[in-house]
Write a protein that binds this ligand. Structure first.
Ligand code: DAK
Length: 258
């Protein structure tokens, strides 16, 4: 892969969008490589967390590639949009937690990539924005929908209508970024959380992610039915027996992902 790096280290995978000369902008090749990398993560059952970040000093991802999009026909725009939706949906559907480590500009499609992760940790120099209206288009990789679900309709409209960037502190204030840390500490902060996640019951973490996401757009009663289903299913796993036996025996649990 030319522009996407996939590293696996024990239970942790890291995907780096690595095209720093274009501030990691997403063109069709980058999206296709990202799709391959996500497929490899999905196929590896020893992984417990994925970190997504940007290569170089300046950017997470500065958006979809404007040079490539500039002369798109309607049909090409639709195909690109569908490719973006497919890739980000597959990222969102991974059964393991996905942390966006936003190390710089997260604009347009880059902000949308971060929004498709489970949550965002940001460096103090991160900048977020959906500037598409500046280019006379709208966000096309799910940003109008995912941002609205995370920060609420009015804040999403403010960002999308104005096209303005916000800094990391503002992103945290509105609930877009969960944590903001000095640049040099960003990956360590994400790794620390990943190490904690790796100690927990993997099927339980996956089930928690599934029920939270599946219930998010439902009425509470229907969403709680999904929770009941997930809770019940875990009692058929060896890890549940091990987790509770280990607690009662006052020893650390050894989970088998089974
Ligand atoms: N695409 C292509 N190249 C980009 C880029 C981008 N999004 N962002 C930066 N670059 C390139 C620059 O052109 C420059 O290339 P060279 O001139 O060196 O060849 C290089 O990266 C360094 O950028 P700058 O020289 O501009 O660096 P600065 O520090 O001065 O400025 C900046 C950094 C992030 C403020 C600036 O680069 C900038 O404003 N970039 C564009 C940000 C942006 O507008 N992003 C949103 C893109 S639109 C859809 C599907 C998807 C989308 C919409 C619709 N459908 C099909 C319906 C999504 C749209 C977007 O993401």
């Amino acid at each position: 892969m030319d522009f996407v790096k996939l590293e696996m280290d024990g239970a942790l995978a890291t995907i780096t969008i690595d095209r720093p000369k274009a501030l990691n902008a997403l063109n069709r090749q980058v999206l296709s490589e990202l799709s391959d990398a996500i497929g490899q993560v999905a196929a590896n059952r020893s992984l417990r967390t994925l970190i997504v970040t940007g290569g170089g000093e300046k950017a997470f991802v500065a958006g979809a590639d404007i040079a490539e999009m500039a002369n798109f026909s309607n049909a090409e725009a639709l195909a690109f949009c569908e490719q973006g939706h497919r890739v980000l949906d597959s990222l969102e559907a991974l059964p393991i937690p996905v942390i966006a480590a936003v190390n710089g500009f997260a604009l347009g499609g880059g902000c949308e990539l971060a929004l498709a992760c489970d949550f965002i940790y940001a460096s103090e120099k991160a900048k977020f924005g959906l500037p598409e209206v500046t280019l006379a288009v709208i966000p096309g990789f799910g940003g109008t929908q995912r941002l609205t679900r995370i920060v609420g309709r009015a804040r999403a409209k403010e960002m999308i209508f104005s096209g303005d960037m916000i800094d990391a502190a503002k992103a945290r204030e509105i609930g877009l970024a969960l944590e903001v840390v000095p640049p040099a500490e960003l990956i360590e902060k994400c790794k620390k959380l990943a190490a904690n996640i790796a100690k927990r019951g993997p099927l339980a973490v996956a089930q928690a992610k599934r029920v939270i996401d599946a219930g998010a757009d439902l009425k509470l009663g229907d969403a709680n039915a999904i929770e009941r289903d997930g809770f019940m299913k875990l009692f058929a796993t060896a890890d549940q027996k091990e987790g509770m036996a280990a607690f009662l025996a006052k020893r650390p649990a050894e989970f088998k992902n089974a």
